[in-house]
Ligand binder design. Structure first.
Ligand code: SER
Length: 312
């Protein structure tokens, strides 16, 4: 039987591009997109689309049964910066959505689950450079706490009930099709939009704040690759470290200047600086590379070319 996929949070930054790629791979009719509200026209018309609240377990089950869904990609979440404004809401959304989907998998309504974790699951006491897969993890944001707890729920459901759930600790994801919302790494997307529109950007992080990042195409490829890997290859059932590039606002600005010489950057830090300072700077991802053959393609130079070309 061919797999049928449900994407929850399909209109978000990662969800929208993941949906498109999964539809190309599995066929439009086999990929059901869903979100709490309507999204872009092409996403809603290129295959099935349903309005769905990620925390509504019964609503998810109805859609699973309607389309004979075998796999769920749960992409809905409240990110780090918004999470600090609404801690309780962030916890409820991020945890209840995951627990609902894990229960459906435990009860054999679905065969496979993808759920994203984040570099935010690390904290200020984790090593900042070459942050290992297994190390001290004491996150200080609600988003990070929810991701770390979620990782352990995934591991628990796998060990206790045999649920096939897979997860990646995404770095900041950079893309041009759909903007991220409410994250700390969002500056690295906004900077490209502003470089094209206004030739200048005021950054909410200081110039030397280094964070792990990745171009969307790499993130989508990694996501589909981990889901397609043979189950025996998935040795980590919390979440895999995943790395591509790490840079600072100053370095990305210098790269943009190579294409737009008049571009200028200024700095005015806000509450997101503290969040960024609590996260790793460079992630070590040997396990993902060994276990399921992960490789990234985009460095800062190539990503900048692609971003500016597509935004222009
Ligand atoms: N991009 C996310 C954020 O900044 C991290 O996972 O919140």
């Amino acid at each position: 039987m061919k797999d049928t996929i449900l994407i929850i949070g399909a209109c978000g930054q990662i969800g929208s591009e993941l949906t498109q790629k999964l539809r190309e791979t599995y066929g439009n009719e086999h990929v059901v997109a869903s979100d709490i509200r309507e999204g872009k026209e092409d996403l809603m018309s290129s295959g099935p689309f349903e309005i769905l609240d990620a925390t509504d377990k019964e609503g998810i089950l109805k859609i699973v049964q309607k389309y004979n869904v075998t796999q769920v990609y749960l992409m809905a979440a409240m990110l780090s910066a918004t999470g600090e404004q609404y801690p309780q809401k962030a916890w409820d959304l991020n945890m209840n959505s995951l627990l609902g989907v894990l229960e459906l998998a435990k009860d054999k309504h679905i065969k496979q689950v993808y759920w994203p974790s984040s570099i935010a699951s690390f904290g200020p006491t984790s090593p900042k450079i070459n942050t290992p897969q297994q190390t001290i993890m004491e996150p200080t944001t609600v988003y990070g706490i929810s991701k770390l707890a979620g990782e352990h729920w995934c591991n628990y459901y796998h060990n206790r009930y045999g649920v096939d759930v897979r997860s990646i600790r995404y770095p900041g994801i950079i893309s041009w099709k759909t903007k991220p919302g409410g994250g700390t790494t969002d500056y690295a997307v906004d900077i490209y939009f502003k470089a094209i529109e206004e030739k200048k950007y005021e950054c909410f992080l200081t110039e030397n704040t280094r964070l792990p990042m990745m171009y969307m195409q790499d993130a989508v490829n990694a996501t589909i690759k981990i889901m397609q890997a043979d189950a025996s290859k998935i040795k980590t059932r919390t979440a895999y470290n995943l790395a591509a590039i790490s840079f600072t606002p100053k370095e990305i600005a210098a790269e943009i200047k190579k294409h737009i010489p008049e571009f200028t950057i200024s700095y005015k830090e806000d509450f997101r600086q503290q969040i960024a300072d609590s996260w790793p700077q460079v992630i070590e991802d040997a396990n993902a590379r060994e276990d399921w053959n992960w490789k990234h393609q985009f460095d800062l130079e190539l990503m900048t070319k692609e971003m500016l070309k597509n935004l222009q």
